[in-house]
Design a protein around this ligand. Structure first.
Ligand code: ATP
Ligand code: ZN
Length: 592
């Protein structure tokens, strides 16, 4: 409000001057002329800048109108128009500013995380407190409400060795947590980071709006010129110049986009820029990754089978040795299974990660590989007795991870994905928005099909390498589709970048997070549909403002031409219609 002080002083001075001149105090022309020139200074200055930059702006046409009133000695009229312009601009600024504040205050709504803790430090978290770090529980048990980050509505039980996340709420017990990441490195910290970095680059529709606004000013100038030539009536000419507003378009469009982004953020969707809001409204196809996106990050190992007489504990130990540093959901499931059995991962040499396939490592001069059947086929390893076991798993829609060494399959684990509870509803919401849904996965086709059927997606495609996901999107785009991609893994990063709109889960891997244009902060898939709804509403509001402004301006100029308007009524129509369009944009901040 402080930097609006000069505006307020100007407006007050203009009002006083108007009152004085209406009452006829003092020589009657000096006051309104002086007040118009002094109070209207910001408008004239902007008009002058506009001439220098050869821009067509509203300030320019309004300045011309005001100068015209002075030339024809309608001093009071000139002052009133100036007053209207000043008041309208102040109101507009206030509305737009409130919009900006609403967005930047969102990050402040989120709880703070600890700053003076280092990774490796031990933090004691009391009941009711926010957990300040990402870490592992050392001591204590408690239920933790993780809804803000993972979207799970039920509190999750935590005990020794469980992972906890910064920004979640410890409910009933005391937990001793060893910090693994702090501050901006936590999942929560990254989410705040993107919230603060929402770009204010002009989106295409904002550029369109600016062009339209300039055209409207030319339209008003042209209308005024024709009015003067035909009618030689100065009142009608000034009215034609004054009546046409464009701020509903010029200021209303960025405000609508800001409001749309703000509304989405409140729903748990951070959109990194207005462009993506626009793209979201136009999308016709949604691609969904399976593991970590449609399913929870925690898959569960249901079975450890050995095919070569090797002890199943030893098998799990080898698996955990290979998987200990991977953050793939399958690796997490294996590590969790090992932890449950109190198995410590061993030390490896020569580790090699094979995206979309698995990994290789060696231990005590022996080479091992962990991964899917594709990896084993590639290395020409006969699956032998594992075949039957694999087939059963496939039919159950389970994922399998094999481990082998020296041309032999040693064993494998079966892993069940836990489908997010809201996934099915989310997909049916997307269908309600008339989007085609396609499930893309690096997992085997059989399991992908099982999940696809269960979730009723339009199509399910499995066995995709990260680059396959990318080419899949390129093909769709070449066919003229507007594509949204929702993903979380390292393997999704290229696809997230290639899609028209890439959406990452809040718990996504760092690279997916960076590659995406939008983030679902609480991992709630239904918010994709919600965001699409907001985007569509936003575009509708903008289009309404476009059309409304053109209609009001056209009718106004015709009325002025016909002599039905005075400069004062014209100024009133201009200001009131503009405020209506701007408030129409601001409306998007609220829930529908
Ligand atoms: N760390 C790993 N350990 C074992 N297997 C792995 C590992 N990483 C990848 N794989 C194998 O490669 C396949 C494809 O992995 P990728 O990460 O591309 O997709 P995904 O996460 O399984 O599925 P989605 O594409 O649905 O997220 C996995 O299904 C698995 O068989
Ligand atoms: Zn205006």
């Amino acid at each position: 409000m402080k930097h609006h002080l000069s505006d307020l002083i100007r407006i007050t001075a203009a009002v006083v001057a108007l009152a004085l001149s209406l009452w006829g105090v003092l020589p009657y022309m000096i006051i309104p002329v002086a007040a118009t020139l002094i109070c209207g200074y910001p408008m004239f200055k902007e008009a002058f800048d506009a001439i220098r930059k050869r821009h067509m702006t509203m300030e320019l046409s309004m300045s011309i109108a005001v100068l015209a009133t002075l030339i024809v000695k309608q001093y009071t009229t000139g002052l009133v128009i100036t007053l209207f312009v000043l008041a309208a601009e102040l109101l507009e600024h206030l509305i737009v500013e409130r919009g900006h504040d609403a967005l930047s205050s969102l990050a402040a709504l989120l709880p703070q995380t600890a700053k003076d803790v280092q990774p490796g430090d031990i933090v004691v978290v009391r009941p009711g407190a926010h957990i300040p770090v990402d870490g592992i529980v050392l001591k204590g048990t408690s239920f933790v409400n993780q809804a803000a980050i993972t979207g799970e509505s039920m509190p999750v039980e935590k005990g020794p060795n469980s992972e906890v996340l910064a920004g979640t709420i410890n409910q009933d017990g005391v937990l001793e947590v060893i910090a693994t990441s702090i501050g901006e490195d936590t999942i929560f910290g990254r989410i705040i980071g993107v919230m603060e970095s929402v770009q204010s680059n002009q989106s295409p529709i904002e550029k369109t709006a600016d062009k339209l606004a300039a055209k409207l000013v030319y339209f008003a100038l042209g209308g005024a010129l024709i009015t003067y030539i035909v009618t030689r009536d100065m009142n009608a000419t000034i009215s034609a110049l004054v009546v046409a507003g464009a701020c509903g378009v010029a200021a209303g469009t960025p405000l609508a986009i800001l409001a749309g982004i703000g509304r989405a953020a409140r729903e748990g969707v951070v959109i990194k820029g207005g462009v993506y809001l626009e793209q979201l409204a136009q999308a016709d196809t949604v691609l969904l990754d399976k593991t970590g996106t449609l399913t929870l990050n925690k898959a569960i190992v249901t079975d450890v089978s050995s095919f070569n007489g090797i002890d199943s504990r030893e098998l799990l130990q080898l698996l955990s040795t290979g998987e200990q540093h991977s953050d793939h959901p399958l690796a997490n499931a294996i590590m969790e299974a090992a932890r449950r059995e109190n198995i410590e991962p061993g030390v490896y040499e020569n580790y090699n990660y094979l995206p979309g396939k698995g990994l290789q490592f060696s231990q005590q001069k022996k080479d091992y590989m962990i991964g899917n059947t594709g990896l084993f086929a590639e290395n020409k390893i006969d699956l032998g007795t594992a075949e039957l076991w694999l087939e059963t798993a496939r039919q159950n829609g389970e994922t399998t991870v094999l481990i082998g060494s020296d041309q032999h399959v040693l064993g494998g684990v079966r892993i069940v994905d836990v489908i997010r509870t809201e996934a099915r509803e989310a997909i049916s919401d997307l269908h309600d928005h008339h989007l085609q849904t396609i499930l893309l996965s690096g997992d085997n086709t059989a399991s992908v099909n099982v999940i696809g059927r269960e979730l009723r997606v339009d199509e399910a495609v499995g066995n995709l390498l990260p680059t396959d996901k990318l080419t899949y999107i390129q093909k769709l785009k070449a066919a003229g589709k507007k594509v949204i991609m929702v993903g979380d893994g390292i393997n999704d990063a290229p696809a997230l970048m290639e899609a028209n709109v890439g959406i990452a889960m809040g718990t996504a891997s760092n690279i997916a997070f960076e590659s995406a244009n939008m983030v679902l902060t609480n991992n709630d898939l239904r918010k994709v549909g919600v965001a699409i709804g907001i985007a569509k509403r936003c575009m509708k509001v903008i289009q309404f403002n476009f059309r409304g402004t053109i209609i009001v301006d056209a009718i106004g100029i015709v009325l002025a031409f016909l002599g039905y308007l005075t400069p004062m009524t014209a100024a009133m129509i201009h200001v009131i219609s503009e405020l209506i369009f701007i408030l129409n944009s601001a409306r998007l901040f609220r829930k529908p």
